[in-house]
Design a protein around this ligand. Structure first.
Ligand SMILES: *Cc1c(COP(=O)(O)O)cnc(C)c1O
Length: 409
């Protein structure tokens, strides 16, 4: 990580890839050619109606779009609000990540690339990418920290069954951050490859591409809530890891009088190392990580801090630059929910609606539960929560926590 550039200067000199003072392309010269080629391919993809049609067909027939907007009536009645769930958990492979993986894989194929490189932490993005590569007949190499690979053995097996090769990363803490670095390094020397980044972050044009591919969530949700509820929501709420599912939802409502709330991982406390709350936790400050200027959890010397969350998908020290700007301008609000609150929300939704949410998505729901219980959300508010993924992958974590709770009590 390099030290933070002067945000005022950057704000005076914005260009493509800047969100106010955030974003940019802090990449070595050797990477810039790849990024420029990708930027051109993105514009080409966006403006070609045939590409658009192919993308829509894949989303519909392979991935299962549109995903439903579900009225959670029992939980809504318990809370005294009108609660709507955007069901990304029903997307093929069980989370929103496939929208991005399929879109970028299609772009890569148009570019004539034969090989896809990807990073993965818990394995969810690796599985989505391996799935897209199997569909499109592309070679797939997934970089994964050795520690993560040991923790997420079932996802490693799933990726291998789908035909992907796993490259274990032994550098640093051997987790997600190190896997991103390894994948970026590999991309530099490989003109046949596209690097398929998993969230709305990294050097330009990745934040723009990933948000553009996830926008479908917000576009659908807006049309569905108007159709089914007859009005816009008061609030749209999503969990924020790197920020892709949240920006996908938010972009549907940016020009509407809808309050946008991003929920980060509050972990087990606000002290450094106990959370992944870049906005509301201790240690969040402007900095550069993985090629973009954004809010990064760091110590006084600018070293990236370790993070913690019960949900692997939220456990990342930086955040997408567009969120940093939505926070700076006040258009969106960023808050945190902790491990225990997320676990409670997981159980509550499971029992009242018969839906097991991902622990990531449970954070968004946990904030609604907490604020409503504390009387900080008015009666009868219409709330859309993005249910970014399904919770089957988290059963092991949830059951282990419950067993430990029983032993302690
Ligand atoms: C990866 C993941 C997230 C976090 O990623 P974002 O880029 O912030 O969306 C959230 N929910 C689920 C289900 C995930 O798999």
């Amino acid at each position: 990580m390099s030290s933070s550039p002067d945000p005022v200067f950057l704000h005076d000199a914005p260009g493509p890839g800047w969100f106010g003072p955030w974003g940019g392309r802090f990449a070595p010269e050797t990477l810039v050619a790849n990024l420029e080629e990708l930027e051109a391919a993105w514009h080409d993809f966006r403006s070609d109606p045939a590409a658009r049609e192919e993308w829509d067909a894949v989303l519909r027939d392979f991935a299962g779009r549109p995903t439903p907007l579900f009225p959670a009536r029992r939980l809504g009645a318990e809370l005294g609000v009108e609660l709507w769930l955007k069901r990304e958990d029903l997307l093929h492979t069980g989370a929103h990540k496939l929208n991005n993986a399929l879109g970028q894989a299609l772009i890569a194929r148009r570019m004539g690339k034969t090989r896809i490189l990807a990073e993965t932490g818990a394995g969810q993005h690796g599985v989505a990418t391996a799935t897209a590569c199997a569909l499109l007949g592309l070679e797939c190499v997934v970089y994964m920290g050795a520690v993560d690979a040991a923790r997420q053995a079932p996802n490693v097996e799933r990726m291998e069954l789908l035909g992907a090769r796993i490259e274990l990363v032994e550098d640093g803490q051997t987790t997600l951050k190190d896997a991103v670095n390894a994948a970026l390094r590999a991309w530099v020397g490989d003109p046949e490859a596209h690097y398929l980044l998993g969230s709305a972050l990294g050097p330009h044009p990745f934040p723009t591409i990933v948000a553009g591919l996830q926008e479908v969530i917000g576009r659908e949700a807006r049309a569905q809530v108007l159709d089914q509820a007859g009005a816009l929501p008061d609030l749209a709420v999503a969990c924020v890891g790197g920020g892709s599912n949240a920006i996908g939802l938010f972009r549907g409502f940016l020009d509407d009088p809808v309050e946008l709330v991003g929920v980060e991982a509050g972990g087990t406390g606000t002290s450094p190392g106990l959370h992944a709350a870049r906005f509301s936790g201790e240690g969040g400050a402007p900095g550069v990580l993985h090629g973009c200027h954004t809010r990064v959890l760091q110590d006084a010397a600018g070293q990236v801090l370790p993070t913690h969350s019960i949900s692997a998908g939220l456990d990342y020290p930086a955040v997408g630059p567009e969120h940093a700007e939505l926070a700076r301008t006040g258009r969106a609000r960023y808050v945190a929910a902790g491990d225990d609150e997320a676990l409670d929300a997981f159980l509550r939704l499971t029992r009242t609606e018969g839906i097991l949410p991902a622990l990531e998505s449970s954070h968004a729901l946990a904030w609604v539960l907490r604020e409503r219980t504390a009387g900080r959300l008015a009666d009868g508010l219409r709330i859309v929560v993005n249910l970014s993924g399904r919770g089957d992958k988290d059963l092991h974590t949830v059951l282990a926590r419950l067993r430990r709770g029983e032993e302690e009590s």
